[in-house]
Design a protein around this ligand. Structure first.
Ligand code: CMC
Length: 390
């Protein structure tokens, strides 16, 4: 059109106004609806923060209790949908299982997923919050060849999720409060991060008028990539490879700096943070505490700390202002809890779900919203006549 701006990766383009999350990347500040992430992580719960993100204010005790109760009433999956899992190979990556089952979930609610109907939007917000953790746990159970459990709605949101993942049929499941609190904290830290790639995807898909299930499923697919949520899995694989190969940390960092085979220090760097990611700070503190309390010693945590120390003192990382991001230390904690590496990004997705829902709803209710449709600068052939194939 002649007057567009070329902005690869949307580095300088705001696609929307938003009142949900504030980030100051230079100072390392993150706030949900004005509340510092540190205070929420310390004192709040996953569902309380979900309410805050979605409805804009902290809930009263009654509001939170009703919200929790409504979610408990929607945890069951249709028995037919449970059979969907058996058509996939047990080696399927749980992120692919999660996104496809979320898309499939929409087929059960075609009579009640109209984005312009506020009652439908409310109902599907609850359905997604209730059912995605169950789908996530079934993706886990499938990958280890164990039977699916029914949700236990006498338990809190997080304990129910842990039981669905680690409970075994016919055995009494014992709640581990250290694990519950640690997971709750990690989920809170992941709940929103303004216009990141997956949230922007949810908004873009939603801007076409697509329903919440389709939009969230697209967000899960965007999160899967190793530059985004997939980084938590990639970090653990990186640490394990360094350890197994016997390569020194210094040598590995050299390879990163020389960009040998495109190798990156996974869990480092961020588009917005040019300072220590405030979430990474909290996760690092948690890692020590949780591993100690669970009685786990993992040499990969020592290796991660050594990597961080060497990188932070190195010119390459200093000049580019590369610091550990949220994904650097989470994997070590998830591993200590007993989650397989391939479940790590699924846990990120469950964490991010309230943010996706809040953004989808904000987009939907903003009268200025238009279908998302970027411009391009055309650099192809000028007009030419079709010569026929000769
Ligand atoms: N290791 C080595 N070099 C890096 C890294 C890294 N992790 N991150 C950035 N750089 C270099 C990059 O090569 C470039 O160098 P040069 O100027 O010589 O070409 C410079 O730093 C600027 O990086 P960029 O790629 O232009 O930055 P970006 O804002 O486009 O990308 C990022 C941000 C997060 C994709 C990138 O830092 C990265 O790939 N990190 C590793 C993957 C990762 O940990 N992702 C999780 C992000 S946080 C949570 C989430 O979103 O899931």
């Amino acid at each position: 059109t002649g007057h567009t701006t070329l902005d690869y990766g949307f580095v300088n383009t705001s696609a929307t106004k938003s009142a949900i999350t504030f980030i100051d990347g230079d100072q390392g500040i993150l706030r949900y609806r004005g509340y510092p992430i540190e205070q929420l992580a310390e004192n709040s719960t996953y569902l309380e923060v979900a309410w805050l993100l979605i409805y804009g204010e902290l809930p009263t005790e009654t509001e939170l209790a009703e919200f929790d109760e409504r979610i408990r009433h929607h945890t069951l999956l249709h028995e037919d949908l449970k059979r969907f899992f058996s058509s996939l190979p047990y080696t399927a990556h749980p992120m692919s299982v999660l996104s496809s089952a979320t898309a499939a979930l929409s087929t059960y609610y075609e009579d009640s997923f109209d984005p312009s109907n506020p009652e439908h939007v409310e109902l599907n917000t609850i359905r997604l919050l209730a059912k995605l953790p169950v789908i996530a746990a079934y993706a886990h159970k499938k990958s280890v060849g164990q039977a699916f459990l029914y949700p236990d709605n006498s338990l809190s949101f997080v304990d129910n999720f842990l039981k669905l993942n680690f409970g075994v049929l016919s055995e009494l499941y014992e709640i581990n409060p250290v694990m519950s609190r640690a997971l709750e904290r990690l989920l809170i830290l992941h709940e929103d991060h303004e216009q990141n790639a997956s949230t922007s995807t949810v908004r873009l898909v939603g801007s076409t008028g697509a329903n919440q299930f389709s939009s969230i499923s697209a967000g899960i697919n965007a999160l899967y990539g190793p530059l985004h949520g997939g980084a938590n899995e990639a970090v653990l694989n990186m640490l394990a490879q360094i350890r197994e190969s016997g390569e020194s940390v210094q040598r590995f960092v050299e390879r990163v700096k020389n960009k040998e085979d495109g190798v990156k220090l996974m869990g480092f760097g961020h588009r917005v943070y040019k300072n220590y990611d405030p979430r990474a700070k909290l996760v690092k503190e948690s890692a020590d505490e949780v591993l100690r309390e669970l009685g786990v010693h993992d040499p990969l945590l020592d290796l991660a700390k050594e990597l961080e120390e060497i990188a932070l003192e190195d010119d390459y990382f200093q000049e580019r202002r590369l610091y550990p991001n949220v994904d650097f230390y989470t994997g070590v904690i998830y591993k200590a809890m007993g989650f397989p590496t391939r479940m790590f990004t699924v846990l990120f997705a469950i964490g991010r779900l309230p943010g996706w829902l809040a953004h989808w709803r904000e987009m939907q209710s903003d009268p200025q919203t238009k279908i998302g449709r970027p411009q391009q600068l055309y650099v192809g052939a000028p007009e030419r006549n079709y010569p026929g194939i000769g």
